[in-house]
Design a protein around this ligand. Structure first.
Ligand SMILES: [Zn+2]
Length: 333
C-alpha cells in the first residue's frame, strides 16, 4: 500500500484551488515500463481500413515528435501490437481504450512487448469523431512507450479521460525524459517486470474531494459491506476482471438486496493501474454503475472503491484505492 496518506475529514476550506486548470507545464509522468531504446515495432491487427488508418496517424504523430519512433511491421509474431475490440462489459465497461504494458521483457528488464487497444463499442456509442479516436490511439501508444497519466484537467494527450487533446509538448517532454533517464539496474527492473493494464474510461474522477462528489453523484448505487466472494476471470485479451460479491451492511444509494455481485478490473495475475483486487473479509464502500444488461460494476475500477483500512477515534476511515486519500464514511454518500 502507498505510504503517503492524505487525510480528508471535511475541511473543505483547505482544499480550494486543488483542480489542475490552466497551463499544463510539467512533463507527463512516466510509468515503470520502457523499451530498450526510443523505438519499437508493432503489428497492426486491426482489419478495418478505418481503424488501420487511425493507428497509422497515431504512429506518424509520435514519430514527428522525435521523442519515440514507432514502426509498423508485417511480422504477426511481433510482441507489440495495436488492435480493436467491441465490448461494453466486464473490464471494458465504459472503457475507450486500454494499454497492456509488459507483455514481454528482455534480460535487462526492458519491455519488448506491449498491446494497445481501442474499444469500438464505446467510441461509437459516445460518438467520438475519427480525430478524437486518433487522440485515444496516441494516448494508448503513449502508455505503451512508457507514459503514465497526466493530471485530471491537464492539456495533454495523457489526460486521464482524453478525448480532445492531441500530442502536446508536455507529452513529448515526458517521453524524451523516459528515454534520456539512465536505465535502472536490472534488479530493480526485474521487480517491475510484471504485466499491468491501464484502462481508459470515458470520465475521470481523480480530483480528490470534487472528484468524489462527482462519483457520489454519478453512482447509481452506493453500499458498504464485506466482501464474501472473489472470482478472477483471466481470459486474454477480452477478460481481465474479478467478480466480487459483497454482503451489504449499509445502503446509501439505490435499491439492492442483502448481497450484491459486481465486477472490477484485475485478477491475481494481472494488475490494473489504480485498482486492487478485493479479498474476502475486506470491508469496503463501493460506488457502482449498472450496465444495460443489469450487471453492476465498480465505477472506473479503483475510482469507485474505498477500503476500510484505518480507524481514528473510533471512526472508520476509508482509503480511496486509486489515490490512497482517506475519507470518513459520511463523505462517501
Ligand atoms: Zn490512459
Amino acid at each position: 500500500m502507498h505510504k503517503t496518506l492524505i487525510l480528508l475529514t471535511g475541511c473543505l476550506v483547505l482544499l480550494g484551488g486543488i483542480s489542475a486548470q490552466g497551463a499544463t507545464k510539467n512533463p507527463t509522468p512516466a510509468n515503470k515500463y520502457r523499451y530498450a531504446a526510443k523505438k519499437a515495432a508493432y503489428y497492426n491487427k486491426s482489419t478495418s481500413k478505418y481503424y488501420r488508418s487511425i493507428w497509422t496517424t497515431a504512429r506518424k504523430t509520435w514519430n514527428q515528435s522525435k521523442a519515440f519512433t514507432w514502426s509498423a511491421t508485417k511480422n504477426k509474431k511481433s510482441r507489440s501490437f495495436t488492435t480493436t475490440v467491441a465490448k461494453n462489459s466486464g473490464i471494458w465497461t465504459n472503457a475507450t481504450g486500454m494499454a497492456y504494458n509488459g507483455l514481454a521483457f528482455d534480460k535487462q528488464g526492458h519491455q519488448t512487448g506491449a498491446a494497445m487497444y481501442l474499444n469500438r463499442t464505446v467510441l461509437k456509442k459516445y460518438r467520438y469523431t475519427k480525430k478524437q479516436r486518433t487522440h485515444v490511439a496516441i494516448h494508448e501508444m503513449g502508455h505503451a512507450l512508457g507514459l503514465s497519466h497526466n493530471n485530471a484537467g491537464s492539456i495533454s494527450v495523457m489526460n486521464p479521460s482524453n478525448r480532445v487533446h492531441s500530442l502536446r509538448n508536455v507529452d513529448i517532454k515526458g517521453a524524451k525524459k523516459v528515454y534520456t533517464t539512465p536505465i535502472s539496474p536490472a534488479k530493480a527492473l526485474a521487480t517491475a517486470a510484471k504485466p499491468s493494464l491501464t484502462v481508459d474510461h470515458l470520465k475521470d474522477y481523480s480530483n480528490n474531494i470534487s472528484g468524489v462528489e462527482r462519483l457520489v453523484h454519478d453512482a447509481g448505487t452506493i453500499v458498504e459491506g464485506t466482501i464474501i466472494k472473489s472470482v478472477p476471470h483471466h481470459r486474454a485479451p477480452k477478460n481481465y476482471y474479478t467478480t466480487q460479491t459483497i454482503r451489504i451492511a449499509d445502503k446509501f444509494k439505490g435499491q439492492t438486496g442483502q448481497t450484491l455481485t459486481f465486477t472490477q478490473g484485475g485478477t491475481p495475475q494481472m494488475a490494473v493501474t489504480d485498482s486492487v483486487v478485493l479479498h474476502p473479509g475486506e470491508d469496503v464502500v463501493v460506488m457502482l454503475g449498472r450496465t444495460a444488461a443489469g450487471k453492476y460494476y465498480a465505477i472506473n475500477d479503483g475510482q469507485g472503491l474505498f477500503l476500510d483500512t484505518h480507524t481514528s477515534n473510533g471512526h472508520e476511515l476509508f482509503e480511496h484505492v486509486s489515490d490512497h486519500v482517506l475519507y470518513t464514511e459520511d463523505m462517501l454518500h
